[in-house]
Design a protein around this ligand. Structure first.
Ligand code: FMN
Length: 208
């Protein structure tokens, strides 16, 4: 069993009769154009199928200030914009670092770089994700880069032109008449299962 889970159990011992298995997995996400919300909702659905309680939290919402430290595990999700993750996510992780570091934690970083065919771009995405965790003083059990989306139809004119330029330089679609999703959902589910297994949270039917 992951030592963070033991800490949570001892924290609860004597305080409540609730079993730690009834605690939720918190999915805290930051998003700018919505793809990371879709990723977070996918993870939530897969966790529920595996019998977990789930709390979904948009770190830009007022609810982010009300979160209690009673969680089974935490999955943080954010996306890259101009090489940075959402400031709301950074704020949430830094202000709750003391208890987050005691729990099994995974971080999923959504970006266009993760969708690139060249290894250098994917390495840059991984470095940005690792660096973000270092900045937040957190050591996740698992940090994964997730290919995001180009949402041309949702961008304003300047953003659309900028993203078309970047995308065409990087071999992605410059067809601005449509949105383009690159997220590999089966891979995301496999990464989630790896995290659950490592954290000792996989239901028996799904445990490796
Ligand atoms: C203005 C803008 C800047 C972006 N900057 C980066 C970047 O620096 N690196 C990268 O890999 N992807 C970048 N992307 C791609 C996003 O990470 C990708 O579209 C992702 O799906 C956005 O997730 P969200 O919808 O949850 O915000 C950028 C996208 C936009 C619109």
């Amino acid at each position: 069993m992951y030592r963070g889970k033991q800490k949570v159990e001892s924290l609860y011992h004597g305080l409540t009769e609730r079993k730690t298995d009834m605690l939720p997995v918190l999915i805290a996400y930051g998003t700018t154009e919505g793809q990371t919300r879709k990723v977070a909702e996918f993870i939530a659905e897969r966790l529920r199928i595996r019998g977990h309680q789930v709390d979904l939290l948009d770190t830009a919402s007022a609810a982010a200030d009300q979160v209690q430290p009673f969680q089974l595990a935490v999955i943080a999700c954010g996306s890259l914009h101009l090489d940075r993750h959402q400031s709301s996510l950074a704020h949430f992780l830094k202000s709750n670092q003391a208890w987050l570091q005691t729990l099994p934690l995974a971080f999923f970083s959504v970006s266009l770089s993760a969708a690139m065919s060249d290894a250098d771009s994917r390495k840059e995405a991984q470095q940005a994700a690792d660096h973000f965790m270092l900045q937040c003083d957190l050591q996740p059990l698992l940090t994964r880069c997730v290919a995001g989306a180009l949402k041309y139809t949702q961008y304003d004119y300047f953003k659309r032109m900028m993203m078309r330029l970047i995308a065409s330089h990087q071999g992605q679609s410059s067809d601005i008449g449509h949105d383009h999703e690159y997220t590999d959902w089966p891979q995301l589910e496999a990464d989630l299962d790896q995290f659950l297994n490592t954290a000792g949270l996989a239901p028996k039917a799904h445990a490796a």
